[in-house]
Design a protein around this ligand. Structure first.
Ligand code: DP6
Length: 314
C-alpha cells in the first residue's frame, strides 16, 4: 500500500539566510513567504524490505538530506524502511525551492502512511529540521516562520490576497553552492552577518503589518530591500556567493522600470538565478510579456497562491 502527498514551493518575501547554533535547524531570524500553486512536488511512500530507497523521477538517488530526514524521524517514531518516489513539475535545485515542497510533501506522506498523528504545526517542525524553508510549505497563502517555537503558521489564506507571481527561468542548471553551506559560510565570513540578522527581525514585523493591511506598495519596497540585502550578504561572504547571471540582473531592472510606470510588481530572488516577479492580478500580462522578451530568459511561468501540503486521494 502506498500513500501520496503533494506540496508547493514557497518564496520568501522576508528572507531566511542563517541558522541559530541550536540543534534542529532553527533559523537565526524570522521569515515570511507565499506558497505558489502552479509548481508542485508529488511524493509517494511505501514500505520496503531492507533499507530506505529514494527515487527522483524514477531514478534511484541516495539523497543524503532525505536519508537524514528519515533517520531524524526514527529517533522519535517507529517507522519502517520506506521507498520514496518524488517528482517535481519544475526544475530541481535551480532556486525554485524544490527542497521546501519536497520535505513538506515527504513529511505529510509519512505522517499519513505511518499514522503519526502530527498536526500541521508539528509537521512544520519536522519539515524545518530537514530544510528551514520547508517548514513554510506545510501551509498555504502567506506564511510566517518565527520564534519562539520556529514552527510556521498561516498569516493569510491564498484567497484573502490573491497575488500572482511570474517566474523568469534564466537557466535550468543546478546551483553551485547549496543554501545550508552558503549560510554557514556567510555567518563565518561576512562582516555584515550580524546586521542582517538584527535588521531582518525588524523587517519581518513590518512585513506582517503590511500583509495584514494588504499594502502592496509598502510590501514591494520592503521585499526588494530584504532580497537585495540578502544578496548583499551573499556577495560579502568569502568567497563571495554570486547566484545571479546577466539575465537575472536584466529582469531586476525591467521590474523596477515597470513599477516606476505604475505597474504593481516587485521582484525577489533566492539562492539561484531565477527571478520571481510578484504582482497584483491586473499586472500579470504586462509582467509576463516584459520578462519573456528579455534576452537569456528561457521561459516564464505564472502562478497564483497555493494551499499547504496535503494527501492526494487516489
Ligand atoms: C534563499 O531552506 O534551502 O531560499 O534550512 O539549510 O535547507 P536549509 O535552507 P533552505 O534556505 C532557503 C534560503 C532562501 C530564502 C528563503 O527561502 O527564505
Amino acid at each position: 500500500m502506498a500513500t501520496t502527498a503533494c506540496a508547493h514551493p514557497n518564496i520568501a518575501l522576508i528572507k531566511y539566510w542563517g541558522k541559530s547554533a541550536r540543534p534542529g535547524n532553527y533559523p537565526a531570524a524570522p521569515s515570511l513567504s507565499i506558497t505558489l500553486d502552479a509548481l508542485l512536488t508529488t511524493t509517494e511512500v511505501r514500505n520496503c524490505e531492507e533499507a530506505d530507497r529514494i527515487f527522483f523521477d524514477d531514478v534511484e538517488v541516495p539523497d543524503a538530506k532525505v536519508l537524514a530526514c528519515l533517520a531524524d524521524l526514527r529517533d522519535v517514531y517507529a517507522i519502517p524502511y520506506l521507498e520514496v518516489h518524488t517528482s517535481n513539475n519544475f526544475p530541481t535545485a535551480a532556486g525554485l525551492a524544490s527542497s521546501a515542497s519536497g520535505f513538506a510533501a515527504l513529511i505529510a506522506a509519512i505522517n499519513a502512511h505511518c499514522d503519526l498523528g502530527l498536526d500541521p504545526h508539528a509537521q512544520s517542525d519536522r519539515a524545518r529540521r530537514a530544510s528551514g524553508s520547508a517548514a513554510r510549505s506545510v501551509f498555504g497563502g502567506f506564511v510566517a516562520l518565527d520564534g519562539p517555537n520556529w514552527v510556521a503558521r498561516q498569516v493569510l489564506d491564498a484567497e484573502a490576497w490573491p497575488l500572482k507571481t511570474v517566474i523568469a527561468v534564466t537557466t535550468s542548471e543546478k546551483k553551485s553552492v547549496a543554501s545550508s553551506e552558503g549560510m554557514q559560510l556567510s555567518e563565518a565570513t561576512s562582516p555584515y552577518y550580524s546586521a542582517w540578522v538584527t535588521s531582518t527581525a525588524t523587517d519581518f514585523k513590518s512585513a506582517l503589518a503590511m500583509v495584514e493591511a494588504r499594502d502592496f506598495d509598502a510590501l514591494a519596497a520592503l521585499a526588494e530591500f530584504s532580497c537585495l540585502k540578502m544578496h548583499g550578504l551573499m556577495l560579502s561572504t568569502n568567497p563571495g556567493l554570486l547566484y545571479w547571471n546577466p539575465a537575472t540582473i536584466a529582469c531586476l531592472h525591467a521590474i523596477r522600470e515597470l513599477r516606476q510606470q505604475g505597474i504593481p510588481v516587485f521582484f525577489t530572488v533566492d539562492a539561484g538565478p531565477q527571478v520571481k516577479a510578484v504582482c497584483l492580478p491586473e499586472a500579470e500580462n504586462d509582467v509576463q510579456s516584459t520578462l519573456q522578451s528579455i534576452a537569456g530568459v528561457e521561459r516564464v511561468l505564472t502562478t497564483g497562491l497555493g494551499q499547504g501540503a496535503r494527501i492526494v486521494v487516489p
